[in-house]
Write a protein that binds this ligand. Structure first.
Ligand code: NAP
Length: 262
């Protein structure tokens, strides 16, 4: 008797949720699990299952990949701010009628006592810093997101990034701190105190790894300029791996039931 070939699941990764999902699926013999990374990090952690790396070449390139690899379902587990990839996934999956789930950790919302200025882009954040009269600012952003802040030549910045910005924008006053989460509350408190920080700029990544700075800011009585998440297509969404596994069981079951399974 001929054995059914494993169903290929594509995880669009780059987050801890993507790795955890690959881990949870990789042991299942009925599945072939491929994680896709953008390929920007020089030595990325290897996911369980297969790894592919680099852009697909837009929505059409992704559609060609899905068709070529006979992908049975896609889980978009990219970072909440990786909205371009999310849009391409929605387009390509709709074109081919491939089930698509968004796996996304919930956004943070301000706790009582937290002072947030919510902005939708980094120029809005620059404006907010001006309005707040901030003088010593922790920029907790990606290294490619820094340049709008260099126009503030009367502000001192502590620039915290995972890897070195290349080039570092021409800040008038700045110190670079290369560090990677998770960040503990005691360390965040000490960092803000040591540098006399009077405002934090960050984005609403959600999750626990980088949330301690928000509590540290509240305790210190300083504001946070928070960039809101970019809009994404309306999709079935899971907020954790268990919910994603449940969705996948149902999606693959429905395909098998309709005779469309590979
Ligand atoms: P983006 O703006 O949404 O994507 C830009 C382009 O990069 C996409 O059009 C795609 O190229 C390629 N790409 C993105 N994610 C990919 C993936 N998982 N596999 C293959 N190609 C991918 O994304 P981004 O904000 O530059 O982030 C890049 C990656 O870093 C994402 O995978 C994300 O999960 C991770 N990340 C991002 C952030 C953040 O703050 N943005 C934080 C932590 C981790 P093609 O059009 O050629 O297919």
């Amino acid at each position: 008797m001929r054995r059914a070939s494993p169903a290929t699941i594509l995880i669009l990764g780059g987050t801890s949720e993507g790795y955890a999902l690959a881990e949870a699926l990789a042991e299942q013999p009925s599945l072939r699990v491929v994680t896709s990374l953008a390929g920007r990090t020089p030595k990325p952690r290897r996911p369980a299952g297969e790894l592919r790396s680099g852009g697909f070449g837009g929505a059409d390139g992704l559609a060609a990949y899905l068709a070529g690899e006979r992908v049975a379902a896609v889980i978009d587990a990219t970072h909440p701010f990786a909205a371009t990839m999310g849009g391409h996934a929605a387009q390509a999956c709709a074109q081919l009628d491939v089930p698509l789930l968004r796996l996304e950790r919930p956004a943070w919302s301000p706790e009582p006592g937290e002072r947030w200025e919510q902005v939708s882009d980094w120029y809005g954040a620059v404006f907010a810093l001006r309005m707040l009269g901030a003088r010593r600012v922790l920029l907790a952003l990606g290294r490619q997101e820094l340049s709008p802040f260099a126009m503030l030549d009367d502000v001192w910045f502590l620039v915290r990034c995972v890897s070195r910005p290349d080039p570092l924008p021409a800040f008038a006053h700045a110190q670079l701190l290369l560090d990677r989460g998770p960040f503990e509350l005691d360390g965040e408190r000490a960092l803000l105190a040591r540098h006399g920080i009077d405002c934090i700029v960050c984005k609403n990544s959600g999750g626990t790894a980088s949330a301690a700075k928000l509590q540290a800011a509240r305790e210190r009585g300083i504001p946070v300029v928070m960039r809101e998440r970019p809009p994404r297509p309306a999709l079935p969404t899971a907020s954790d791996v268990a919910a994603a596994l449940q969705w996948l069981r149902e999606a693959l079951g429905a395909r098998a039931g309709s005779g469309n399974a590979d």
